[in-house]
Design a protein around this ligand. Structure first.
Ligand code: AOF
Ligand code: ZN
Length: 366
C-alpha cells in the first residue's frame, strides 16, 4: 500500500469520526471512493447506524464508482439487514479495489465481507491504519468482543485532584473552555453516566448545551435505591432520554414515578456489599446496544468502576487551583494495599485548554 492509500484512509477515518456518539449500536465507519486519484464519493455511518458509510459514498460516486478504489475503516458488511450487504453494493457498483482498515468482529460479518469481495474478483487489501481504526471504533469493538461498552471516566479537578471544597462548592473549578470541551466530548459518546451521589449533590442535567448536537447522548444515573432529586432530571426528558440503573431493593413508588415521567428504570444485580455490580451494569448497557459511555463521577461510583477494571480511558481536566485534603476527592476509596495493584494507564494526549490542562490516558485498546 502506498502513501496515497494512507492519505485516503486517513480521510475515511476523519469522516468516520462524525458518527461517534450517534450511530450506536453500530460502529462509526467512514468510506472514501477514489477514481484516478480523485475523490468521487465520501460517506460515513448515518445517525442511528444506517445507512452504512459505503452506501452513502457509492450514492455520491454514482457511475464514477466503476473501476474505483473504496477505502473503508471497517470491513464492508456481508449480512442482509434492512438493506443488502455493503460488500454486494460495492460489487454491483463495479468497484475494482477495496482497502479496509480491519476485519469486522461482528459474527455476521467476520471476514465474510472481504471474502464476498474477493469472490467477485475485487482486489482486497486490509490492515491499513488498523491501530487508528481500532481506536476510533473501540466502542463497537468493545461491545462485540467484550460485551460491554468502552468506558471513559472524566474528572475535572484542582491541581491536587479535588472536585469540591469541604462545603461541597464546585462551580467552577475548571474554566469555560474546558467546560465547553466537555460538552463537545459528551456528544461523541452514546451516553453520559453518573452515580447517584453526584446526582444528589449536583442535580445535573447531563445534556449537551454548548452547541446543538446531532443527537443528545442518553443520560444514565446509577442509584441502587433510586433516591434521586426529581425536578431537573424529570423536567428535561423532552431533551434527552434518561435511564436509571437500580438494584432489586428500589421502591416501587420511585420506579413508578420515573416511568410515569418517561424515564427508563433498569434493574441490575447488586454486589454482596450492597452496591450495584459494576460489571453487571456495564453488560446491561451493552445488551441495550451502547458502545461508548462517558462517566462523569461521582467519586464512589468512579472508584467501583476503576476497581472492577472497567474504565478504559481517563480524561482529566486539571485546574491551577488547590483545594487541599479537606476538599472532596475525585475518586473515592480504592482500598489498595499495594501500589502494584493500582491500575495503570498510558498517556495518549496532554494539552493546555485555557488555564487548565487536559490529559487523556488509555488502557491498551484491543
Ligand atoms: C458497514 N458499514 O457503515 C457500518 C457497518 O443492523 P445493520 O444491518 O445496520 O448492521 C449493523 C452491523 O453492520 C454492525 O454490527 C457492523 O457489523 C456493521 N456496521 N458496516 O459495512 C457501516 N456501520
Ligand atoms: Zn454495511
Amino acid at each position: 500500500m502506498t502513501e496515497e492509500d494512507r492519505r485516503f484512509m486517513s480521510m475515511a477515518l476523519t469522516l468516520a469520526r462524525r458518527g461517534l456518539g450517534n450511530v450506536w449500536p453500530n460502529p462509526a465507519v467512514g468510506c472514501v471512493i477514489v477514481k484516478e486519484g480523485r475523490v468521487v464519493g465520501r460517506g460515513w455511518t448515518q445517525p442511528g447506524g444506517r445507512p452504512h458509510a459505503e452506501v452513502r459514498a457509492l450514492a455520491q460516486a454514482g457511475e464514477a464508482a466503476h473501476g474505483a478504489t473504496a477505502y473503508v475503516t471497517l470491513e464492508p458488511c456481508a449480512h442482509y439487514g434492512k438493506t443488502p450487504p455493503c460488500a454486494m453494493a460495492l460489487r454491483e457498483a463495479g468497484v475494482a479495489r477495496v482497502v479496509s482498515a480491519m476485519e469486522d468482529p461482528d459474527p455476521r460479518v467476520s471476514g465474510g465481507g472481504h471474502a464476498m469481495l474477493r469472490d467477485a474478483g475485487i482486489d482486497v487489501e486490509t490492515g491499513l491504519m488498523e491501530a487508528e481504526a481500532r481506536d476510533l471504533q473501540a466502542g463497537f469493538l468493545s461491545r462485540v468482543t467484550r460485551a460491554r461498552p468502552w468506558l471513559a471516566l472524566k474528572l475535572a479537578s484542582s491541581f491536587d485532584g479535588r472536585i469540591a471544597t469541604s462545603t461541597g462548592e464546585s462551580q467552577w473549578i475548571t474554566g469555560p473552555q474546558s467546560r465547553a470541551l466537555v460538552h463537545a466530548m459528551r456528544a461523541e459518546f452514546d451516553a453520559v453516566m453518573v452515580g447517584g451521589g453526584t446526582a444528589r449533590a449536583d442535580d445535573p442535567l447531563l445534556t449537551v448545551r454548548s452547541f446543538k448536537p446531532l443527537r443528545q447522548p442518553l443520560r444514565i444515573v446509577a442509584s441502587v435505591r433510586l433516591d434521586l432529586p426529581r425536578k431537573r432530571l424529570a423536567g428535561s426528558l423532552d431533551v434527552a432520554p434518561l435511564w436509571l440503573i437500580h438494584g432489586a431493593a428500589a421502591p416501587e413508588e420511585a420506579k413508578d414515578y420515573w416511568r410515569d415521567v418517561g424515564a427508563e428504570p433498569i434493574e441490575v444485580a447488586e454486589t454482596v456489599g450492597g452496591g450495584l455490580d459494576p460489571l453487571a451494569l456495564m453488560e446491561a448497557l451493552a445488551g441495550f446496544g451502547l458502545t461508548r459511555v462517558f462517566c462523569e463521577g461521582g467519586g464512589k461510583f468512579a472508584a467501583s468502576l476503576i476497581n472492577a477494571g472497567l474504565v478504559d480511558e481517563l480524561i482529566g481536566f486539571t485546574a491551577g487551583m488547590v483545594l487541599g485534603a479537606d476538599g472532596r476527592a475525585g475518586v473515592g476509596d480504592m482500598g489498595l494495599s499495594a501500589l502494584a495493584s493500582a491500575p495503570r494507564y498510558t498517556l495518549v494526549e496532554s494539552r493546555p485548554i485555557g488555564d487548565d490542562l487536559l490529559h487523556r490516558w488509555r488502557r491498551q485498546s484491543h
